[in-house]
Design a protein around this ligand. Structure first.
Ligand code: G3P
Length: 222
């Protein structure tokens, strides 16, 4: 089975929406086609439809709510995100943290809407707990390294290894991504050596002057 090994989260960076979202997506598509490495993108909601329309890439929402269709003003409905063209969603990102009950509800809502689920976690125990919901992916990201430019693969290799062990012990079909401070091919290689099935990253690509160059580096050692 083919699956994204590299997922780029556009967050709410000023460099990550509108025209700039298109150039990052085009760069991701070019590098993905050249290298054979599947690259997914998680743009803001307004860009989900254009991104999925124009680029043959897996598109993830950055969050969905634990709701069923109905009277929920201002909420994000899994089915609507799916219909806009997303293939999956992040859940419980450190910058969009949920209660345990809401993680459970969001995973359920995503599954019912046929969206792939990526539950983000901040430590090993949370990774183990998240495995109970049987998401497609768990993405371990130590909050203190997010956006720091310091790679989790070198600064905290144990959190990757131990999360992989904790998750796979519970459910070996869940894939584990590592994130925070990833910006080079060396970081990606190291994360994979530590047992990760891929990486989730943001600033290294989104804020780069030349995102395509960074993406080329990311896939260079896989
Ligand atoms: O979701 C990915 C993210 O939180 C990691 O951010 O900027 O450290 O790659 P960054």
């Amino acid at each position: 089975e083919k699956f994204p090994t590299i997922i780029i989260n556009f967050k709410a960076y000023k460099e990550g929406y509108g025209h700039r979202a298109h150039s990052i997506a085009q760069a991701a598509l070019n590098v993905s086609m050249e290298s054979g490495v599947l690259i997914g993108i998680a743009p803001g909601y307004m860009d989900i439809h254009p991104m999925s329309n124009h680029y043959n890439l897996p598109v993830y929402a950055q969050h969905i709510d634990a709701i069923n269709p109905g009277a929920h003003t201002g909420h994000i409905l899994a089915g609507a995100v799916r219909e806009a063209g997303a293939t999956g969603t992040l859940i419980n990102h450190s910058e969009r943290r949920l209660t345990l009950a809401d993680i459970s509800g969001s995973v359920k809502a995503a599954k019912e809407a046929n969206l792939q689920t990526i539950v983000c976690t901040n430590d090993i125990l949370t990774s183990a707990a998240a495995a109970s919901f049987s998401p497609d992916f768990i993405a371990i990201e130590p909050p203190e390294l997010i956006g720091s430019g310091i790679s989790v693969a070198t600064a905290d290799p144990e959190i990757i290894e131990n999360s992989v062990t904790a998750v796979k012990e519970k459910n070996s079909s869940i894939r584990v991504l590592a994130g925070a401070g990833i910006s080079t091919g060396e970081c990606v290689k190291r994360a994979i050596e530590l047992g990760a099935d891929g990486v989730l990253l943001a600033s290294g690509v989104v804020k780069a002057d030349d995102p395509e160059k960074v993406l080329r580096s990311l896939v260079s050692k896989i």
